[in-house]
Design a protein around this ligand. Structure first.
Ligand SMILES: NC(=O)C1=CN([C@@H]2O[C@H](COP(=O)(O)OP(=O)(O)OC[C@H]3O[C@@H](n4cnc5c(N)ncnc54)[C@H](O)[C@@H]3O)[C@@H](O)[C@H]2O)C=CC1
Ligand SMILES: O=C(O)[C@@H](O)C(=O)[C@H](O)[C@@H](O)CO
Length: 310
């Protein structure tokens, strides 16, 4: 790729996006309103890029990938000549409205403006902007240089051309775009992730299992199958007659269980209990090291999956 990409917000996701596009050959302009975030990011970027290279997930020297990521001293400098601006600032509707108003004023009509937002709909922060036809959500999964899914969620007024250009850019950068046909809060992944989290938290809060065992249900159960099959392919293969057979066998029970939902317990007392259990497993001081462990396990899985398909 030879496009210029602008990354606004050099936090966890912004830095990861910078790696995605620099790895694909793009010149990346990286900007953050906090000078310290820009000072910190070079070392963090090199660490992640080096880890990817160690797992064979980057074909060139880490230093040459890093050299394509240029720290910008202003928003205007970052977006200059960009084909795509990927916004990654804090998750509040006020911040998104403010930054997209600034981006819309700075960028030519051909530049796609995409938000990494986890939950907010593009129509909530682009409605009053002249260039709203090129604004959309491009929601990544953390970390996007390992987990390739990007959810493209256009507003009702986003042009088809903008959606196609975003899809093309993400695809050529090595990502796996999916397209929302209409807007919904949280798009697809976070709604599904939320359904699982809500149920796990309810079962934990109501004393049905420990947090450790509920985690095992995913990592030694559902997660194994879901690492290479989605929920629909999984059930299609879980009954001799396929998905209809499965639905006839288990659908009524799923519906009854859904009706008898446990109370939704994102309550402080439950969360403090969960936090205490998690801290007994892993101290707060070990979180950074465990995050690197997670990323290295993900890199090994991604490298293995890539070898399977090559
Ligand atoms: N953390 C995650 O796992 C994921 C986060 N996201 C979304 O990505 C966005 C960023 O999330 P994180 O990277 O986790 O947050 P973060 O807190 O790590 O980084 C946000 C960065 O934006 C900067 N910033 C804030 N206001 C700014 C402004 N007006 N102009 C320029 N820079 C500004 C901050 O200084 C900070 O460095 C959020 O919308 C979040 O919902 C999406 C997918 C996954
Ligand atoms: O889990 C992820 O990586 C993404 O779905 C996100 O948007 C956030 O991390 C999400 O979990 C927060 O709601």
């Amino acid at each position: 790729m030879n496009e210029k990409i602008a990354i606004i917000g050099a936090g966890l996701i912004g830095r990861a996006w910078a790696i995605v596009f620099a790895r694909a050959g793009c010149e990346v302009g990286l900007y953050d309103a906090a000078p310290q975030a820009l000072l910190d990011c070079q070392a963090l970027l090199l660490e992640n890029i080096s880890d990817l290279a160690e797992h064979g997930l980057i074909e060139e020297a880490p230093a040459s990938v890093l050299a394509r990521i240029r720290i910008a001293s202003s928003l205007a400098e970052a977006v200059q000549g960009a084909a795509l601006v990927q916004e990654n600032i804090r998750e509040t509707i006020e911040a998104k409205r403010e930054i997209f108003a600034a981006l819309d004023a700075l960028c030519g009509p051909e530049t796609i403006l995409a938000s990494s937002t986890s939950w907010l709909m593009a129509s909530e922060f682009s409605a009053d902007l002249a260039g709203k036809g090129r604004i959309l959500v491009g929601h990544p999964v953390n970390p996007p240089y390992l987990v390739p899914l990007v959810e493209i969620a256009p507003a009702p007024w986003t042009s088809e051309a903008a959606v196609q250009r975003a899809h093309d850019l993400y695809s050529r950068a090595g990502q796996t775009p999916v397209l929302l046909k209409k807007e919904i809060t949280g798009f697809l992944l976070n709604r599904i992730q939320g359904a699982v989290l809500n149920e796990a938290l309810n079962l934990y809060a109501e004393g049905y299992a420990s947090a450790a065992d509920l985690d095992k249900v995913m990592k030694d159960g559902l997660g194994l199958r879901w690492a290479f099959m989605g929920p629909f392919e999984t059930i299609d293969l879980n009954a001799p007659g396929g998905v209809i057979d499965y639905a006839q066998r288990y659908g009524p029970t799923y519906k009854n269980v859904a009706k008898a939902q446990l109370p939704n317990e994102w309550e402080n007392a439950v969360l403090l209990k969960l936090e205490a259990e998690r801290r007994s497993e892993l101290s707060a001081a070990e979180l950074a090291e465990r995050t690197r462990w997670r990323d290295n396990r993900l890199m090994a899985l991604v490298a293995h999956k890539r070898n399977q398909t090559n």
